[in-house]
Design a protein around this ligand. Sequence first.
Ligand SMILES: Cc1cc2nc3c(=O)[nH]c(=O)nc-3n(C[C@H](O)[C@H](O)[C@H](O)COP(=O)(O)OP(=O)(O)OC[C@H]3O[C@@H](n4cnc5c(N)ncnc54)[C@H](O)[C@@H]3O)c2cc1C
Length: 771
Amino acid sequence: MSIFLILLVAVLIVFGVPDIRRSLISKPVFRVFKKILPPMSATEREAMEAGDVWWDGELFSGRPDWFKLLNTKPHGFSAEEQAFIDGPLEELLAMLDDFKINTEGHDLPPEVWAHLRKHRFFAMIIGKEYGGLDFSATANSHIVSRIATRSLSAAVTVMVPNSLGPGELLTHYGTMEQKEHWLPALAKGDEIPCFALTGPEAGSDAGGIPDTGVVCKGTFNGEEVVGIKLNWSKRYITLAPVATVLGLAFKLYDPEQLLGEQEEIGITCALIPTSHDGVEIGDRHLPLMQAFMNGTTYGKDVFIPLDWIIGGVKYAGKGWRMLVECLSAGRGISLPALATATGHNVQRFTGAYAFVRQQFGLPIGKFEGVQEAMGRIGGLNYSIESMRRLTLTALDEGYSPSVITAMTKYHMTEMGRQVLNDGLDVHAGKGIQMGPLNYLASNYMGIPISITVEGANILTRNLMIFGQGATRCHPYVLAEMEAAANPDEEAGLRNFDQLLIKHIGFAVSNTFASLWHGLTGARFANAPVGGETIRYYQQLSRMSRALALCADVSMLTMGGDLKRKEMISARLGDVLSHLYIGSAILKRFEDDGRQVADLPFVHYAMQLQLHLIGQAFRGFFKNFPNPWLGRLLSVLVFPWGNRYDKPADAHAQAIADSMMEPGVLRDRHTFLSYWKDDEEDVTGHMELAFTHMVANIELFKKVYKAQKQGVLDSNLNGDALVQAAVAEEVISTEEGEKLAVAERLRLRAIAVDSFAAEAMKSGRYQTQPLR
Ligand SMILES: Cc1cc2nc3c(=O)[nH]c(=O)nc-3n(C[C@H](O)[C@H](O)[C@H](O)COP(=O)(O)OP(=O)(O)OC[C@H]3O[C@@H](n4cnc5c(N)ncnc54)[C@H](O)[C@@H]3O)c2cc1C
């Protein structure tokens, strides 16, 4: 006992007396910390520091304040936004025919381009003072998503000028003259912008672009001025083939020191009219057969004046920071909007098709194997929509959350890919045969586009989410790094000492809390609500503690190496992401008024998120470089074992059943999905076939039963079947009339396209009449 007391007093003295603590603990740790800090280039530092921390910081803190989350309110639409959605957007959707766009002329038809320009679809992020629409992130996302449910090519065409590019860069950094010159013309669609960063030698590593600008004297408009001589070769540039203004990123050098003392100025962005001497717009690419404009651009020794630099000379060399800052917003809206479109469309039409398509006299959606896939579709679509809403809430509150938008881009596009795969499996041959009757295939082909752009997904998962999350969202690490980088070592140490004490307290409390929550099944963890979802809040609180603990241990033991240990750090990034998605799901359930009918979706989605957290931790513990430490962490976090199972089958079955029921729930969950109120259009037809079959299912059952019993020929279908059923008095004449309509709709709903062989040879896809 006395030894224990002596030890306790010694610890209290060491930690409690600042001078002793500083020399015995903080100073040596400070030195080690400085050594293990990963070497960071200026570009990496700028990227790391750009953007804001929001709910991700709470999740990393080990003690998320759930009330704070639930008290933030999602953004509605302004009267103007609503009028646009009800008017020009609906008109546009009715004009779009994706199959024609992708096969005839490989472009949007002239009337669609005209409609987009006239109604300022390209000006959603441009301020009203310049003639733009100045829409919220929520409206922007809604519009792009809805267009994408109709045509991916049209959605990408609208999305690009409203995402990272000239419009946004000018709005944030442009000089007054630049704004007044370009923004009104961009808003009207008189100027079409593109933004060129990527080239053959620099894709993901965009900071390493080889394109150069050299400050020199040259002739512009007949006068000798100081300007920039540019050389570039860019590829994959969306809208380049039709652009009238090129946003260009290049590395600026000033060997003659005409601008100042610095010779290597750094990444710079300029705006160049594509009609300018020497600007070459090359040929078009063909991105997965989608018709949106995408291509190359080159320039050799092209001279431009200095005032074409976006923001003017004072922004020379600041291009990387500008791009990273602006990326945060666009990355949380555009590509996630494409994934949302996939989720809504696949849920709506797979539900309908799974009912309309019958095998062995039963809708295929009644078979358990199909229900498993449908459960995933419904559960993931619920998660996609929840994540979309939460991220938009942050953006519309004025945050520019870099880690959250990276998680949103990565996970929403990955969930979209999974949903589409499941949708295609359920549709089988109907999903594969391309043509106007196929509402999935074009999207299926195009999905890797959203996986690749604005940060290819592997890189986003492995480098960005945890790499940035660990420093930006951690309550102390960034401040400690700043203290370590302080050129005044004494001041840095003083600061570091204060932070270290708090950090140690944080780590100790996370260790005990993780074990406590593990032992008690998180029954004492905090939750802001009661009822069926309380346990999910508690489990997320528990896993938030576990993440904080494991992140600290990883950073402490691996230091700078953690950056290279992508497989380890990405798993912690996965935990953060699934905590975020889980929070989004729970918040949506509250925001939607805790609708009982949504519970199967919430249970499925939450169980999946927890299961994925469990899997990420399993891989993390198993592959931790120090196996003993890995095992110790595993015992601290899961003392009774890792028990987060996959979603229960019953939830998948309940989801499948509700996907096959027309009505409010189906409409609420797929409200972004466009279907044309026209029987000739495949979407309108599918809706009609579905509702008629549901309404007349008892008649179908009577007829199928009679076929099974041999009362009716089992090979009959269509009108012949209905006539025979009436003749044999299986159904009445009146019932026969209803059944005839439903049966005709059914036959067309399961039909696929076929094309005249000769027409195909000439590249004309004239669909054959149905037989
Ligand atoms: C249809 C389309 C439209 C586009 N539009 C534009 C545009 O308008 N403007 C523009 O400037 N660019 C545009 N891009 C370019 C796009 O941003 C790049 O394709 C993207 O940055 C990836 O570059 P890359 O294709 O060269 O892949 P690479 O950089 O070669 O990467 C290959 C793979 O390696 C992974 N990877 C790379 N480094 C790491 C790492 N350190 N850790 C883990 N994984 C890593 C990547 O995730 C990827 O999976 C477009 C691309 C496409 C396909």
